[in-house]
Design a protein around this ligand. Structure first.
Ligand SMILES: Nc1ncnc2c1ncn2[C@@H]1O[C@H](COP(=O)(O)OP(=O)(O)OP(=O)(O)O)[C@@H](O)[C@H]1O
Ligand SMILES: [Mg+2]
Length: 311
């Protein structure tokens, strides 16, 4: 049996989630010519995550983030490889494992016919929850929408509802698929606070986010995927030791705007001689792309002049 999050003496129980060579191949048949196509959505992912850690899952569109979360939630079975929670194969302990996992997927999972309040009551019963629904509604800011149905809510309000549902469960692992992507500052702050609180409670949180400040603030580890493969699996500090920060620097040359990608060192030395118009931090996805391209052409990131872009 998998243990509770705190033992009898009230101290947090340390748990591990281990991925061993996890791969998922999707097969599809073309309706036009009947040809079958195989796509490896995630490939040979291995690593260990611990309770109390917050893990950012990053990567460009189609890199396999949702597929990996679907596997970790056991919605999808891997084609090969295994996932172990405290040494036990989660696909052999489905019921017990599912009882300790909260998953807010890309599509959400609320009952469309029920109001916000009834959805929360329904999930509260399913999860056998002791949590106070009113308090949760207030925490995520959905108290004023409690009588609305999910399809009457905006995207951000629906995300808040999904977060509220995840809070009802006495989970030890929380999986969140882009809970704050494209949402307003207030909703982003709610997500950040919720994640922080989960960490405080000793839960393992794995969530898709590309917000650099948020990652610096709340995340311990980063898993970066590219075309289904792990390009990075380690701590946030290790990530910044491996990947340099880059900036898109726009400056004027004879009234013409030019943009160059520069490392911090290049920026420090060149900003005094350039007529800089604006500077933008490159996002994590862009940094990963730069670094990956540099493997194919090693001087790509060093020689900023090769990246000259005209606006
Ligand atoms: N059910 C499926 N059947 C076939 N192919 C799939 C299925 N689900 C995902 N894929 C493919 O697997 C790859 C990874 O998809 P996935 O949804 O995991 O990416 P993602 O990183 O979550 O992307 P996004 O940032 O757009 O959400 C993609 O090429 C996608 O087309
Ligand atoms: Mg996705």
């Amino acid at each position: 049996m998998m243990e509770n999050i705190v033992n009898k003496s009230g101290t947090a129980v340390h748990s591990t989630l281990e991925l061993k060579g996890v791969s998922k191949i999707f097969k599809s048949t073309s309706p036009l010519n009947g040809n079958t196509d195989e796509r490896c959505a995630v490939e040979d992912i291995s690593g260990i995550l611990n309770s109390g850690e917050v893990v950012a899952l990053i990567g460009e569109n189609g890199s396999g983030k949702s597929t990996l979360l679907n596997i970790l939630s056991t919605f999808l079975k891997p084609s090969s490889g295994s996932v172990f929670f405290d040494g036990k194969d989660v696909f052999k302990e489905l019921r017990t494992y599912r009882s300790i996992v909260s998953y807010v997927s890309e599509s959400g999972s609320c009952v469309p016919e029920l109001s916000v309040a009834s959805n929360l009551e329904y999930f509260s019963k399913i999860f056998n929850s002791n949590e106070n629904i009113r308090e949760i509604c207030e925490k995520v800011g959905i108290a004023e929408f409690k009588d609305k149905r999910p399809n009457e809510l905006s995207k951000g309000q629906r995300q808040r509802l999904a977060l509220a549902v995840s809070m009802l469960k006495q989970s030890r692992i929380v999986l969140l698929d882009e809970p704050a992507e494209g949402l307003d500052i207030e909703t982003k702050a709610i997500v950040k606070n919720t994640v922080r609180n989960y960490k405080r409670l000793g839960k393992l949180v794995i969530y898709v986010t590309h917000d650099e400040d948020e990652i610096e603030d709340v995340c311990d580890k980063i898993i970066a995927l590219r075309r289904g493969k792990t390009v990075f699996f380690g701590t946030v500090d290790e990530f910044w030791n491996k990947y340099e920060k880059y900036y898109a620097v726009t400056y004027l040359v004879d009234d013409e705007k030019r943009t160059e990608i520069m490392s911090l060192d290049q920026l420090k030395t060149r900003k005094f001689v350039l007529n800089v118009v604006h500077i933008r931090n490159l996002g994590l996805r862009e940094i990963l792309n730069l670094a990956d391209n540099s493997v194919e052409s090693p001087d790509y990131v060093q020689s900023s002049s090769r990246l000259n872009l005209k606006e």
